[in-house]
Design a protein around this ligand. Structure first.
Ligand SMILES: *Cc1c(COP(=O)(O)O)cnc(C)c1O
Length: 222
């Protein structure tokens, strides 16, 4: 599809294009509240951010029925800022981080939904756990005894490439992990797919796509 219309037209068209069973997380990082409100005013409520303080500022400013997803790498000392309101943390990559989320969720009398980030890309720079390390966390007594975190499934980021065969291979790896453990751990979500690869991700079984630039246009990091 051609994403160069307005924010509201882009999001409406994207939601028309994807199956009803796939959740769209509109990635609003670096974007100002008025642009995000344009998406909100189409009826969309799920937004993703990758910096905790930026997300907190937008949470304070925007209507309280927004579901805020933290999609970026999380530093443990910042979990407390989002614990009162975050609805899903996508990129949990250590047991220590899960413990901190559990602790902060308990302080706020909540259960916080999380996804375990698995490294699927061949690129070196990406965060995420090996499958073996993820298995170890899920099987640990420490995790089993946590009452304030709910792991809904897994998240992954594919290599930044237009090579569809490689994307398919990487997404299949995440789907296979999900399928292996979904009954054992009650998994329901696989967060995979971004602006450049969401169609491939959906074809491989994604239940949740994180799309930013295809909705909001290029990001300005200056
Ligand atoms: C920025 C970001 C996205 C969205 O990227 P686009 O290519 O703009 O759709 C998705 N997931 C994560 C983890 C991100 O940091």
């Amino acid at each position: 599809m051609n994403f160069n219309m307005s924010v509201s037209e882009n999001i409406i068209q994207l939601k028309r294009e994807i199956p009803d069973t796939v959740t769209l997380v509109a990635v609003s990082k670096t974007k100002a509240v008025p642009e995000i409100m344009e998406a909100y005013n189409t009826g969309h409520r799920i937004f993703g951010e990758n910096k905790i303080q930026e997300m907190e500022a937008k949470w304070k400013e925007m209507p309280k029925d927004v579901e805020w997803h933290m999609i970026g790498h999380v530093q443990r000392n910042k979990v407390k800022y989002m614990a009162p309101f975050v609805s899903l943390i996508h990129a949990v990559d250590s047991l220590k981080l899960l413990k901190e989320i559990n602790k902060q969720a308990r302080k706020n009398n909540r259960v916080i939904n999380c996804l375990i980030q698995i490294k699927i890309a061949e690129e070196e720079s990406k965060f995420g756990l090996s499958e073996a390390a993820a298995r170890e966390i899920l099987a640990s007594e420490a995790f089993q005894s946590m009452e304030h975190v709910n792991v809904l499934g897994v998240m992954g980021m594919a290599t930044f490439t237009e090579n569809e065969a490689q994307l398919v291979k990487e997404f299949q790896k995440l789907k296979a992990f999900f399928d292996t453990y979904k009954n054992k751990y009650g998994f329901t979500e696989i967060s995979m797919g971004m602006s450049g690869d969401y169609a491939v991700a959906i074809a491989q079984g994604s239940t949740m796509i994180r799309v930013g630039s295809a909705i909001f246009g290029k990001r300005n990091y200056s």
